[in-house]
Design a protein around this ligand. Structure first.
Ligand code: ZN
Ligand code: ZN
Length: 425
């Protein structure tokens, strides 16, 4: 055989080997890989910089190949097998940095955030690409990094494992894993935290559609003590030493509780296999926040906290947006060239991609507030009185007096649950 034929045979063999559809367990080790990066905004651009990789013992996300996830976030990540070019994993998310970009202040001020994205740990070399949605509604590449498990695993940081309790277990092969984390609980408050974590976990599964699918959920409570209790309240000059650096007054909004230390939050969460994070802040002052595929947080000792939690979970779990009108700190300019990303709101640019299929054909669009139709297209949402429309007048994403999701939000959460659990290997 001449050399050329040998080469052709060899290439076709490699191609066959690469292109054959592999199962999850052939592609991944079962551990979790995390890519840490920083991201900074400038006047007309953003810059992301790779920092390092870290590894955790157990991956808690989908145990099948997710090569085309829903894009509800402004960030989109894909992991590509560098041999076959097959997409092995995709993930869409928002972050505190994406919230920062929505604040008017960011137009004249640069700020750097520490971010990360988690993924299943690959057995072979992969290319990891991170994209961000630009003003023309295109996902543009902002970060690209190869990961070679053979060599890079020695460079990966391994994080500490904090004590945890498995407070709700699922027998399902494809489960959804929630990590409840303790912020601002001192050493002697572990029992208090575990009791709250249990009560909040129970509250989730009293709400549809989580209730209907409760058998699919695992819930873990992870405890690490903080030196002080509570968290920062800058407008009252209160600063606390806590493990995840949470603070009220984020972006000068009194009750908006967030942390700029996402690496610390992820470090605590990865003590358990997780794909969703809920943080309990040991405080009785009303407040919270929730960002899509990032985390939910709220003060655990406030009277309204259970409703706040389910509202924030709507944001972080399913990408639901706020349905209320407000005089907001957020930039409320509506770009009417493109349909908005959130699944439960529309600016009517491409309503067919939203809940159109669920509304009665005789429903007027927009729908007047005194309409007999319960599901429609009602004006007002995401802090705007005009130009943005929501599916129902009442919903937990609109007001806390309504302690359930509207029919459309319920369907969106249900779709998320099914997407994350339906594929059996
Ligand atoms: Zn909200
Ligand atoms: Zn709703």
């Amino acid at each position: 055989m001449n050399k050329k034929i040998v080469l052709i045979l060899l290439i076709s063999l490699i191609n066959d080997f690469c292109y054959s559809q592999k199962s999850y367990s052939e592609l991944f080790t079962g551990k979790m890989l995390r890519l840490n990066y920083t991201i900074t905004n400038y006047k007309d651009s953003v810059e992301a910089k790779f920092v390092d990789f870290s590894v955790a013992n157990k991956w808690g996300g989908e145990n099948y190949v997710v090569n085309n996830c829903k894009k509800y976030g402004i960030f989109y990540m894909e992991m590509i097998d560098s041999c076959s070019n097959n997409v092995l994993y995709t993930y869409s998310y928002n972050s505190l940095f994406s919230e920062w970009l929505d604040i008017d202040l960011s137009k004249n001020k640069s700020k750097t955030y520490k971010e990360c994205v988690k993924m299943p740990f690959p057995k072979k070399t992969c290319l990891i690409n991170v994209y961000k949605l630009n003003s023309k509604h295109e996902y543009k590449l902002i970060l690209s990094e190869y990961f070679n498990p053979k060599y890079d695993k020695f460079k990966c940081k391994t994080s500490t494992t904090y004590p945890y309790k498995h407070i709700k277990s699922s027998k399902s092969k494809n489960s959804i894993n929630i990590a409840i984390l303790a912020e601002g609980y001192q050493k002697n408050e572990k029992k208090k935290f575990l009791q709250s974590a249990k009560e909040y976990s129970e509250r989730i599964f009293e709400t549809e559609p989580y209730k209907k699918y409760q058998k699919l959920f695992n819930v873990y409570a992870v405890f690490d003590e903080s030196k002080d209790n509570g968290c920062d309240i800058p407008n009252k000059n209160i600063y606390k030493n806590t493990i995840m650096d949470f603070s009220y007054n984020t972006f000068n909004m009194e009750r908006y509780v967030m942390s700029e230390n996402y690496w610390a939050i992820s470090n605590v969460a990865q003590s358990v296999p997780y794909n969703h994070i809920i943080v309990l802040v040991n405080s009785d002052i009303y407040g919270g926040g929730g960002i899509y595929n990032y985390y939910s947080v709220f003060s655990a000792n406030n009277y309204h906290s259970k409703e706040v939690m389910v509202h924030e979970l709507g944001h972080s779990f399913a990408g639901l947006d706020d349905e209320y009108e407000d005089n907001a700190t957020y930039n409320t300019d509506i770009d009417n060239k493109y349909e908005i990303l959130s699944p439960n709101l529309t600016n009517l640019v491409e309503f067919s991609s939203k809940w159109e299929k669920y509304i009665d054909k005789s429903t007027p669009i927009p729908t007047p507030k005194n309409s007999k139709h319960k599901i429609g297209v009602f004006e007002g949402g995401r802090y705007c009185y005009k130009g943005i429309y929501r599916p129902c007048l009442h919903c937990l994403m609109h007001d806390l007096e309504t302690n359930y999701y509207c029919e459309i939000c319920e369907k969106i959460v249900e779709e998320t649950i099914l997407n994350q659990t339906q594929n059996n290997e």
